[in-house]
Design a protein around this ligand. Structure first.
Ligand SMILES: [Ca+2]
Ligand SMILES: [Ca+2]
Length: 266
């Protein structure tokens, strides 16, 4: 009788403990408002030349050349650095001085000014270009407008996956107001200050193709998203640690189990 009671007691405790752990995980799994995401690609289900947008905004991307390979979570894209690109058809990005955040994972062994994400026209203040800043045999995360720029110090071209986040905070008006994060670490700001006034009139968002005198992205790319808000350091770390799908609470299959299966595999 005593043994039976102990067993029941243990079972109740295990149930409570398990429920508690599940609740903690759920509360951590969707800390970002999915309404703030403009476009997000996981690249997990290779579907020809279409990048499926999970934002709910229907902004599927057109992949030119880039191949589906193993990414940081599931599949990612591999760019050849010659002419591979992804065009976010019909979407011109975020304009003026509106807040924004762009996140992605990247891996390469090539040091060059990888063109990651760009929009806006190539005129002072009006372009918006996230690319690498080459520093000797290393390269850093960089954002620039025509006439100004802002770049960090951590090397992202060392053959390892790196999580990059470019945040333009609400109420800001110049390029050095951006906060740059590499692997969740806020970067020191270098570069030349210049006013922001991003154009959304004519240039569709590109991921891979260069602007003017620069070079195509070469390497692996995964989990890219653009938000219309300035995500916090904690939110960026949540995306980095849990993936976009879990961070946004997006569940295309309608099964919670899908989120648990999408754990980082590197
Ligand atoms: Ca992926
Ligand atoms: Ca190609």
């Amino acid at each position: 009788m005593r043994i039976e009671n102990r067993s029941k007691f243990l079972l109740i405790w295990l149930t409570v403990l398990t429920f508690g752990l599940v609740c903690i995980n759920i509360s951590r799994s969707a800390p970002i408002d999915s309404e703030t995401v403009e476009v997000a690609y996981l690249f997990n289900k290779g579907n020809g030349n279409v990048a499926k947008d999970i934002s709910g905004n229907g902004r599927d991307g057109k992949i030119t050349g880039a191949k589906h390979v193993k990414g940081v979570i599931g599949d990612g894209l591999e760019y050849d650095g010659v002419d591979d690109n992804l065009i976010v058809t019909g979407y011109n990005g975020i304009g003026g001085t509106d807040p924004r955040t762009t996140v992605f994972w990247f891996k390469t062994t090539t040091v060059r000014d990888h063109s990651w994400v760009k929009w806006g026209v190539n005129s002072p203040s009006q372009k918006y270009y996230i690319r690498a800043h080459v520093r000797g045999d290393e390269c850093n995360l960089r954002v620039e407008v025509n006439s100004g720029n802002n770049f960090g110090t951590d090397n992202v071209c060392d053959g390892e996956w790196h999580h990059c986040a470019v945040v333009f905070p609400d109420g800001s008006d110049a390029v050095k107001d951006h906060d740059l994060y590499v692997d969740g670490k806020l970067q020191e700001k270098e570069g030349t200050e210049f006013a922001m006034d991003t154009s959304v009139d004519s240039q569709v968002v590109n991921m891979g193709a260069p602007l003017a005198n620069h070079t195509f992205m070469i390497g692996s790319f995964d989990e890219v998203a653009i938000f219309n808000v300035d995500l916090t350091e904690d939110q960026i770390k949540t995306i980095m640690d849990n993936g976009l799908q879990a961070a946004l609470g997006v569940d295309p299959q309608g099964k919670l189990a899908t989120s648990w299966a999408m754990i980082k595999t590197y």
